[in-house]
Ligand binder design. Sequence first.
Ligand SMILES: *Cc1c(COP(=O)(O)O)cnc(C)c1O
Length: 375
Amino acid sequence: MAHMGGAEQRFIHEAFDTNWVVPLGPNVDGFERDLEDWLSPHAAQGDIYVVALSAGTAAIHLALVMLGIGPGDEVICQSFTFSASANPIRYLGATPVFVDSEEGSWDMDPSLLKTAIEDRIQKTGRKPKAIIPVYLYGNPARIDEIMQIAASYDIPVVEDSAEAMGSMYDGKYCGTFGKYGILSFNGNKMITTSGGGALICHSKAEADRVKFFATQAREPFPYYQHEHIGYNYRLSNISAGIGRGQMLILEEHIAHHQHIHYIYIEQLKDVPGITVHTPVVGKEIQPNYWLSTILVDPELYGHTYQELAALLAEHEIESRPLWKPMHLQPVFADAPAYVNGVSERMFAQGLCLPSGPMVTEEDVQRIVSIIKDFK
Ligand SMILES: *Cc1c(COP(=O)(O)O)cnc(C)c1O
């Protein structure tokens, strides 16, 4: 369930009162400015221009449109993710090439990325046209290394930061390292606009071009002239009003997720067979801990993660398995994949625990007790 701070209604009322119940409008501009002002002081590079869109998936789609990706192209994508990271590759008729994760972050393994690029060049005679690393559960990736490898082959990076709003790597926000970064404001993400997303760009010209594609690619003519395939992907002025309200409680949300995670760590550290995942990438990081995840070792714990999930469900506590890797998904069965066993191992043992803004300290204590007392 989403948590509202109170200011959301004010921005929505304003939209009604001023007759801006439309896509675009003052809340959309305001929300974009709020996001820019929030990201800019801790951006990994230069200028920040944000375009508010109808979904995080739309943001990935338009990033790939901006990069000119089409049929016959290959795009490297992290395998350990939600399908929304990879689907837009297929929307454009291109082929996803999946790369597995590394232990420390559960995110894209840089050395496997290099292997995949080399192998694709050898097999197809062409290099992949983009790389999509994902900050799984808000875990910062080894983004320095990924950016270095990408730069050495001159391949643009689209950071899927849908789950990592507010996560920091080396003091910089995830989503500001690559050519483009994406955010999601779906119901379950760090903040919500009921549904929405954003594309982070680094020049005004690019942001304007994204807005052009997101509003049906209408050329500047007095009549409707179209020279490109367009999309209807702008965020509505009403949703953006919710977003502006949510920006006022963003830091509070992040702090809450982090706090909940630290309690899980502290309380579960001595439970044999239960490991609360905390990313390590060799640089200073500040994950947002969007979701707290555990690995359940059935040998040591005495129960599988499925058995634990069933017990939690009996207590009306919702837990979820980790994302099933894309290279195991029937819909992507024919896509090339470079795997090392990490995502499959995590998927076989992992569980997401309740972590959202509605989860209280008492809830966490109760969840921890159930996990500890499972005989
Ligand atoms: C939620 C999510 C998306 C998609 O965002 P939507 O706003 O739901 O379209 C993309 N990638 C990841 C990793 C996500 O978790």
